[in-house]
Design a protein. Structure first.
Ligand SMILES: Cc1cc2nc3c(=O)[nH]c(=O)nc-3n(C[C@H](O)[C@H](O)[C@H](O)COP(=O)(O)OP(=O)(O)OC[C@H]3O[C@@H](n4cnc5c(N)ncnc54)[C@H](O)[C@@H]3O)c2cc1C
Length: 274
């Protein structure tokens, strides 16, 4: 068993976004805290040793999730997975996102874990990524230097890597209204029936003749495969997905098994949402 590393750090809980970005601009060794379900595991294992931990949960407005028929769904950094699942607008307009959330960890973890923490952690197996990628979500990023908006398809740069700079916070995720009310589904394969990280995850999204797939655990970063037609033959889509992924062998399974399960889930989901 890995040794538990005790470490001391300062803690701050800013109330406004301006206060937050000023702290980020002035501190070198700083980590942001949302639910802590990834961060505290890393700290306990000594993988990160920040001098300062900055809690996002008290920043005004960060705990909000809201829907607007013109601009779509806005998800703040404090919004937990269970909050997303319980949101009536998500259930009505983005059931695929709720489905991805249901597959993330256990009920207890989902009470702490945030949607944005899952995205920033950038694990290849992040359960929220496939649905958000299919829904063409964007990351609205803030720092003392200003604001920039990055499509989620360009946000992940590798295993646990993103475009975020040290002094930046992901201030909210915006999911456009145009991708609402689609048909779709998410399938995650695990080693056990209880909660576990995914061996593979596949999301299918269909609307107005367009077809997209979001894939987790089958490449160094979560993938989206778009530009497909709703009328495409199942075999053709399965072949396109197989060419896009680059699975590896690891403690959970072999690359071959991953590739096989991606094909199986892709075909099943396409038949289910046909
Ligand atoms: C037992 C267990 C089971 C799990 N099972 C799953 C699973 O099945 N599927 C899955 O996908 N994940 C799983 N996870 C991982 C984890 O729960 C999720 O990734 C979760 O969504 C992370 O959210 P958080 O709010 O806890 O993030 P935190 O741990 O608070 O933060 C994660 C990272 O993001 C940074 N960060 C957070 N918010 C921001 C922001 N707004 N701007 C910039 N940086 C930010 C933090 O500094 C940190 O680096 C599991 C974890 C545990 C402990």
């Amino acid at each position: 068993m890995a040794a538990i590393i005790a470490q001391s750090f300062a803690y701050r809980a800013p109330r406004s976004q301006d206060e937050l970005v000023d702290i980020l601009a002035s501190e070198e060794s700083v980590r942001l805290l949302a639910g802590g379900t990834d961060l505290f595991v890393e700290m306990r294992n000594g993988l990160t040793r920040p001098n300062l931990v900055v809690d996002l949960k008290r920043v005004e407005g960060f705990g909000e999730i809201s829907w607007d028929p013109g601009t779509g769904l806005r998800i703040g950094p404090g919004v937990t997975i269970n909050q997303l699942i319980a949101d009536p607008a998500v259930a009505e307009h983005y059931p695929l996102l709720a489905s991805c959330g249901h597959d993330l960890a256990s009920h207890q973890i989902r009470n702490r874990a945030t949607v944005i923490g899952n995205i920033v952690n950038a694990s290849p197996c992040a359960d929220m990524a496939p649905g958000l990628l299919c829904s063409q979500a964007s990351a609205v990023i803030r720092s003392a230097r200003g604001e920039r908006i990055v499509p989620l398809s360009e946000f992940f740069t590798g295993v646990k890597r993103t475009v975020l700079e040290r002094d930046e916070v992901l201030a909210h995720v915006q999911v456009p209204a145009q991708t609402a009310d689609a048909r779709g589904g998410y399938r995650k394969h695990k080693r056990i029936k209880g909660h576990d990280l995914g061996i593979v995850g596949v999301a299918v999204w269909k609307k107005d003749g367009d077809l997209r797939l979001g894939i987790s655990s089958a490449a160094p970063k979560p993938l989206v495969i778009d530009g497909l037609s709703e009328d495409s033959a199942v075999d053709e889509v399965v072949a396109t997905v197989a060419a896009a992924i680059s699975p590896i062998d690891d403690v959970r399974c072999t690359a071959d098994y991953r590739a096989h399960m991606v094909s199986v889930f892709t075909a099943r989901l396409l038949q289910e949402v046909a």
